[in-house]
Design a protein around this ligand. Structure first.
Ligand SMILES: Cc1cc2nc3c(=O)[nH]c(=O)nc-3n(C[C@H](O)[C@H](O)[C@H](O)COP(=O)(O)OP(=O)(O)OC[C@H]3O[C@@H](n4cnc5c(N)ncnc54)[C@H](O)[C@@H]3O)c2cc1C
Length: 462
C-alpha cells in the first residue's frame, strides 16, 4: 500500500443483535476449542465464532502435521483437555505407537472431528464461516462485536470475550495495546504453506534417509544445491506420516507475510501452492523410491502463520522467566517447549549454515524442566472483560517462539475458558476478580498439571 489510505465513514445502520451469551470465544484454533469447551463445561452460555468451516486452526485448516512434544521428557505436562484431545486423536491413528508422546503426527480430518465433539459435547455452540469484523469498546470493556457471515452483519454482546484468533484481532480492534514483531514492528517469523502428499512408498520412507535437514544425507540438500527447483527456498523440511502412504509436510519458508495484511497472505497462498507442487516434483526426482508416484492431494486452506500480534497484558512473560524456569503464584499451565525461532530472510542470506547457527541459539530444557504461564499474561492490560489465549498472549517476541505451539495453546485455552466463565457468572464479567488460587484449584480438578512445589518456589523473592 503506497501513501496514506483513503477513509470512508460507515453509515449508521441497524443490524440484528444477539445478547444471549455469557462468553463469546473468537477463533476456533487449539486455544479457542479448549476455551469454548471449558467455558461451557462451567455452565456458561458459550458461543464460538470461527471464520473457516472447521475447528483446529493451524493444526487442521493449515495442515501443520505434528504435535510438538506433550512431555517434559519425563511425563505429559499438558493435561486436562489438552491431553484428552491428544489421546483421542492418537487412538484413531493405528500406525502411531501407543506410547508416543513427542512429535506425534496429526491426521487433520480426524482432528477436526475431535474438536467438533469436544466443543459441542461440552455444550458450546459454534458458528462457522463467521468472521469477527469489529469490536466496540465501552469504557474499559468490550461492549459489542460485529461479525460478518452469510446473514450479513450481526452484533453480539456478552459478559466476557475471549480472543483466540491467533492474531489478537478482537483485542486490537477493541483498543488493547499490542506488539507485532520486534521493537520496530518488524521481523515476523516467516510463514510456511503446509501440504499433504499421498501414494508415498512407506517401506522406502522407513528404509531411506531422513528428510529433515538434521540428517546430513537428506535429499533436501541435493535438491537445493541442484538449483532446479528455484521455488524451494531453503532446507526447512519437517515431515510426518499422517496415514498409510500419506505424509504431511511443513517445508520451506515464505517471508514478508503478515496475517493482519491480507494482500501479503493472498500473494503467499498463490506462491505456496506452486511451492508445494515443486516439493512433490523435487522429491520424486531426488528420492524416487519413496516419491516417484506421490500425488499432491492437499495444501492448507489457511496459510501457516507462526507469529503476528502479541497482546500487552498485566504481565509480559520474558526470556529471563523462560531461562529461569520461573514459577508464578498465578500460573495456569506449564510449558517445556524450546524456543523455536525461524530465521529472517536476511539472516539466512548472510549465513548459509543457518541451521547449525540456529541450533546454537535455541534454548532447550532438560528432563522434567518447565516454566509457568501466569494468568496475568492472558489479561489484556486495559480491558476489564476480555482474555486472550493461544499464540498471541502477552510475552516477549523471543518467548512467543516457544509458547506458540499447540499443546500449550490447548492448556492456555482451557484456563481462559474456565476463567471467562467464572468471571461471567460470578463477577459481572470482570476477569481480574477471578481468584487465581480458585482458578488453579478448579483446573487441577480437571487434571491440569500445576505442581504445588513450583508455586511454593514462586512465593519466595521474585
Ligand atoms: C508452519 C507451522 C508449523 C508449526 N509446527 C508446529 C508443530 O509441529 N507442532 C505444534 O504443536 N505447533 C506447531 N505450530 C504452531 C501452532 O500450530 C500454532 O501456533 C497454534 O495452532 C496456535 O493456536 P491458536 O489457537 O493460538 O491459533 P490458530 O491455530 O492460528 O487458530 C486461530 C483460529 O482463529 C480463526 N480466526 C482468526 N481470525 C478470526 C476472526 N477475525 N474471526 C473468526 N475467526 C478467526 C482462524 O480461522 C483459526 O481457526 C506451527 C505453526 C506453523 C504456522
Amino acid at each position: 500500500m503506497v501513501g496514506a489510505m483513503k477513509t470512508y465513514s460507515v453509515p449508521s445502520q441497524s443490524v440484528p443483535l444477539d445478547d444471549s451469551w455469557d462468553v463469546i470465544v473468537a477463533g476456533g484454533g487449539p486455544a479457542g476449542c479448549t476455551a469454548a469447551a471449558a467455558s461451557a463445561r462451567e455452565g456458561a452460555r458459550t458461543l464460538l465464532i470461527e471464520s473457516t468451516g472447521a475447528l483446529g486452526g493451524m493444526g487442521t485448516s493449515a495442515l501443520v502435521p505434528a504435535w510438538t512434544p506433550f512431555s517434559d521428557k519425563e511425563k505429559i505436562i499438558y493435561r486436562g483437555l489438552a491431553e484428552q484431545v491428544f489421546l483421542t486423536l492418537k487412538a484413531g491413528m493405528p500406525h502411531v505407537a501407543k506410547d508416543a508422546l513427542d512429535w506425534v503426527p496429526i491426521d487433520p480430518e480426524q482432528l477436526k472431528r475431535v474438536y467438533d465433539a469436544l466443543v459441542t459435547e461440552a455444550g458450546a455452540s459454534i458458528l462457522f464461516h463467521t468472521h469477527l469484523a469489529s469490536a466496540q469498546r465501552e469504557g474499559d470493556r468490550i461492549g459489542t462485536i460485529l461479525v460478518t457471515n452469510k446473514s450479513g452483519l450481526t452484533a453480539y454482546r456478552a459478559k466476557v470475550f475471549i480472543d483466540c484468533t491467533g492474531d489478537a484481532d478482537l483485542c486490537a480492534w477493541g483498543g488493547a495495546e499490542f506488539h507485532k514483531g520486534n521493537a520496530r514492528g518488524e521481523k515476523l517469523m516467516p510463514a510456511t504453506h503446509c501440504f499433504v502428499l499421498a501414494n508415498v512408498d512407506d517401506a522406502a520412507m522407513s528404509a531411506g534417509p531422513g528428510l529433515h535437514r538434521a540428517h546430513a544425507d537428506s535429499p533436501i540438500y541435493r535438491i537445493v544445491a541442484s538449483g532446479k527447483y528455484p521455488l524451494i527456498p531453503d532446507c526447512h523440511l519437517c515431515v510426518a506420516q499422517i496415514g498409510p502412504g500419506t505424509y504431511g509436510f511443513n517445508a520451506g519458508h515464505l517471508w514478508d507475510v503478515d496475517n493482519t495484511r491480507p494482500e501479503t497472505v493472498s500473494h503467499a497462498m498463490v506462491l505456496g501452492r506452486k511451492m508445494a507442487q515443486s516439493y512433490r516434483d523435487a522429491l520424486a526426482e531426488f528420492f524416487p523410491a519413496a516419491f516417484a508416484n506421490a500425488v499432491l492431494v492437499n495444501t492448507g486452506s489457511l496459510m501457516g502463520i507462526r507469529e503476528t500480534r502479541r497482546v500487552v497484558g498485566d504481565y509480559v512473560l520474558t526470556l529471563d522467566d523462560y531461562a529461569a524456569r520461573r514459577a508464578f503464584p498465578d500460573e495456569i499451565c506449564r510449558n517445556s517447549y524450546f524456543i523455536d525461532i525461524h530465521s529472517a530472510k536476511d539472516e539466512i542470506a548472510k549465513n548459509p549454515d543457518e541451521y547449525a547457527d540456529l541450533r546454537k541459539r535455541q534454548l532447550h530444557y532438560g528432563p522434567g524442566e518447565s516454566h509457568g504461564i501466569p494468568y496475568r499474561c492472558l489479561i489484556p492490560r486495559s480491558l476489564e472483560n476480555a482474555l486472550v489465549a493461544g499464540r498471541s498472549i502477552s510475552c516477549e517476541q523471543i518467548v512467543q517462539g516457544s509458547v506458540r505451539v499447540m499443546p500449550v495453546c490447548l492448556a492456555m485455552g482451557e484456563a481462559a475458558g474456565m476463567a471467562g466463565a467464572m468471571a461471567a457468572m460470578s463477577h459481572e464479567g470482570r476477569v481480574r476478580q477471578v481468584e487465581p488460587a480458585g482458578l488453579r484449584k478448579r483446573l487441577q480438578e480437571f487434571g491440569a498439571y500445576l505442581p504445588e512445589t513450583s508455586v511454593e518456589a514462586a512465593a519466595g523473592p521474585q
